[in-house]
Write a protein that binds this ligand. Structure first.
Ligand SMILES: Nc1nc2c(c(=O)[nH]1)N[C@H]1C(S)=C(S)[C@@H](COP(=O)(O)O)O[C@H]1N2
Ligand SMILES: [Mo]
Length: 330
């Protein structure tokens, strides 16, 4: 991947979540950057994570109601029907404060940029070390499985979090269906590149499409969900329509949106943020309150829609399922 210095927006906006000294050194780094970066740094903390402003229309309307018709609303998962002690984040927060660099780096604006993005027809090409490599029509593929709703914690590396009722199929079911070869040790997820439909891909400085990956034993764990819906309806475009991944024990950037290809391999694949800023974003990216990001603490998280911070849990609260997968990796 291109060896360029890339700056995700949380490099600029996290001043209230990081020590003053760090903020100032960052500001110095930013001197070489254009007006967009300056505008970002000057924007008030209120616009950074306060959630929707009063003038917003309802951003949650930006989904295709005919997608996977009569599969919604899905049945609730028994094991993941709620998160103890927490309430589900109101949908308006989840659908108007998003990270989706293909559209824009400004989280509070993503929903304003997605209307031109076409989510159908949509195919997923499955290839590499599998017995059934093929290009699948997405609806056709998903209809082979039954949808379920799972309420999961979600924790962004920028230290904000939410609780969401996602709708999808366990990734392990799809993997079983396509029959990977025994040599397949990793799988990659590849996104889309449609600059004519996505502002950020026209003007951004990133190497599109987005790409992420999991180790096979992580992927076949019970938790990862291939998500096609939220709050009982199809996914909104800003949340990753028509299909995204959710890996609840890892930082949000592993939960890739807009999947068009899944590739099985024997070698460890590259990943978007790890290539961009290797010192700050690892391949594993497991949520770990004891391991600070180089420029801010990960001990606490601010809850979207609530004005409070809470303690971050190891593996985002999913250690019971996944701690056993890791020895030295973080
Ligand atoms: N394709 C793509 N997927 C992506 C991103 C992105 O920029 N592009 N951002 C990631 C990050 S950093 C986060 S925190 C989550 C945000 O998901 P949400 O907007 O549904 O809350 O999406 C992840 N998936
Ligand atoms: Mo994130």
């Amino acid at each position: 991947m291109a060896n360029v210095i890339l700056h995700p927006e949380w490099h600029l906006k996290e001043k209230e979540a990081s020590p003053e000294s760090v903020y100032w050194s960052r500001k110095q780094i930013l001197r070489g950057f254009g007006t967009a970066s300056l505008a970002t740094i000057l924007s008030s903390p209120e616009t950074i994570f306060a959630g929707p402003r009063r003038s917003n229309p309802n951003p949650s309307l930006q989904y295709d109601p005919s997608f996977l018709k009569n599969l919604f609303p899905p049945k609730r998962s028994r094991s993941f029907s709620f998160v103890k002690g927490r309430t589900v984040t109101p949908e308006i927060y989840a659908s108007s404060y998003n990270n989706y660099y293909e559209f824009t780096e400004r989280k509070e604006d993503v929903w304003k940029y997605v209307s031109r993005f076409r989510t159908r027809p949509w195919t997923i090409k499955i290839g590499g070390l599998v017995k059934k490599p093929r290009r699948y029509d997405l609806e056709f593929l998903i209809r082979k499985f039954s949808l379920e709703e799972r309420v999961y914690r979600f924790r962004c590396v920028e230290a904000w979090s939410m609780i969401l009722p996602w709708v999808g199929i366990p990734l392990q079911k799809l993997i079983r269906y396509v029959e990977p070869h025994s040599k397949a040790r990793y799988l990659s997820f590849i996104g889309w590149n449609k600059p004519s439909q996505a502002h950020g891909q026209r003007y951004g400085n990133y190497s599109w499409p987005y790409y992420e990956a999991l180790r096979m034993d992580e992927a076949v764990n019970e938790l990862p969900l291939l998500v096609v819906g939220m709050y009982g309806h199809p996914l909104t475009k800003q949340n990753g329509a028509p299909i995204r991944l959710i890996v609840p024990w890892k930082y949000g950037f592993k939960s890739m949106k807009g999947i068009t290809r899944i590739e099985f391999s024997s070698r460890k694949p590259h990943t978007f943020w790890n290539d961009a800023v290797p010192k700050e974003y690892g391949f594993y990216a497991n949520v770990n309150p004891k391991r600070p990001h180089p420029r801010w603490s990960q001990a606490y998280e601010r809850v979207l829609g609530e004005r409070r911070k809470i303690r971050t849990l190891p593996y985002n609260g999913y250690g019971k399922w996944v701690a056993k997968l890791y020895k030295n990796e973080v």
